[in-house]
Write a protein that binds this ligand. Structure first.
Ligand code: APR
Length: 305
């Protein structure tokens, strides 16, 4: 296996991502954690699962960032998760310092890698990662849009009573209360979603999607990890296999949607060059206003960094 993915942070999200990659034998994996026992313990557990389920993926662990040398993709999940009552933006300063450590080491040891940030508040942390590494913005992206879209699809599937496999959609904007499900672009086997649900029901789905992470935090007393790791897995695979997937991800627009100097969730094409293109689509006036308002919140958080 020549391809190498490094995961910084072997907690709930990092170790679950490690499991997904290992199960598919997608690439060699390096799992780094400030607590190297956690990284080693998780890797042993995953490798033993492989001995039972029949996968055999090399996993190296440690607390030494030089292990990430030569990585094709580095995923950053290191940082504090939310607890009940916390907004993702409450993690801003605590997680900024961790992003700076990771970013400086990525710049030093994996200067040609593509970086996927998962640590929250993800849009602001991705901006910080872009600044710290000095990488071109196509090589630094944040995971959120696939997760938020997945949550919207699950709520729609439950409400309409149709398979989630037949639903296609996009959730844009920041990964927080201001995310914007784009119902005009949401289809069930090509049929517009408003043929199934009225505006009252759709606005209920919008709220459930925006609170999808918070609902889980209240139940688990920590943040979600199976779906966040699954969403990250899709991005890693798209880069390694040059899949050119059109998905929502946190990216740095250069005037698209009237936005600049911010990382925010937009439709992008992801392939071996990272974010290969930001796709501009005509949004309704309402959705465009919501998207711009969401971007404003993250711009002011960047100013607080
Ligand atoms: N370098 C490496 N690892 C670190 C560092 C660091 N400087 N600082 C913290 N860590 C590790 C912790 O030791 C812990 O194992 O990051 C891991 C975080 O794991 P969890 O606490 O389980 O958090 P998790 O649920 O995985 O979420 C991580 O992703 O989705 C976001 O909001 C979430 O910001 C949070 C991040």
């Amino acid at each position: 296996m020549k391809r190498k993915v490094s995961i910084i942070g072997a907690g709930n999200v990092g170790s679950t991502l490690c499991l997904y990659i290992a199960q598919q034998e997608l690439s060699e994996i390096v799992l780094i954690d400030i607590n190297r026992n956690i990284a080693e313990g998780k890797a042993l557990d995953i490798k033993q699962a492989g001995a039972i389920l029949g996968f055999n993926t090399p996993i190296t662990t440690g607390d030494d960032y030089s292990l990430i040398e030569g990585s094709d993709v580095v995923v950053v999940t290191a940082g504090f998760p939310r607890q009940p009552g916390m907004d993702r933006l409450d993690l801003l300063h605590k997680n900024r310092d961790i992003i700076d450590i990771a970013g400086n080491n990525i710049k030093k040891y994996a200067p040609n890698s593509k970086v996927i940030v998962v640590t929250n508040p993800v849009d602001v942390m991705t901006y910080r990662m872009w600044q710290t590494t000095g990488f071109p913005s196509n090589r630094v992206m944040g995971q959120a849009g696939i997760l938020d879209t997945g949550r919207m699809i699950m709520f729609l599937a439950d409400e309409i009573k149709v398979s989630p496999k037949d639903i296609d959609g996009l959730v844009l904007g920041g990964h927080g209360d201001t995310m914007v499900p784009i119902f005009e672009l949401t289809r069930i086997k090509g049929i517009q979603v408003n043929k199934f649900l009225d505006n009252i029901k759709l606005s209920d789905i919008e709220k459930k999607t925006q609170n999808g992470g918070g609902q889980i935090v209240n139940l688990l007393k920590t943040s979600a990890y199976y779906a966040p790791a699954a969403a990250t897995y899709i991005m890693v695979r798209a880069i390694l296999n040059d899949e050119k997937r059109l998905i929502a991800a946190s990216c740095k627009p250069d005037g698209e949607y009237g936005l600049k100097d911010v990382y925010i969730g937009l439709p992008v094409i992801i392939g071996s060059n990272g974010i290969e293109k930001i796709i501009s689509v005509e949004l309704s006036n309402d959705d465009l206003i919501k998207l711009k308002e969401s971007a404003k919140i993250y711009q002011s958080s960047i100013a607080e960094l």
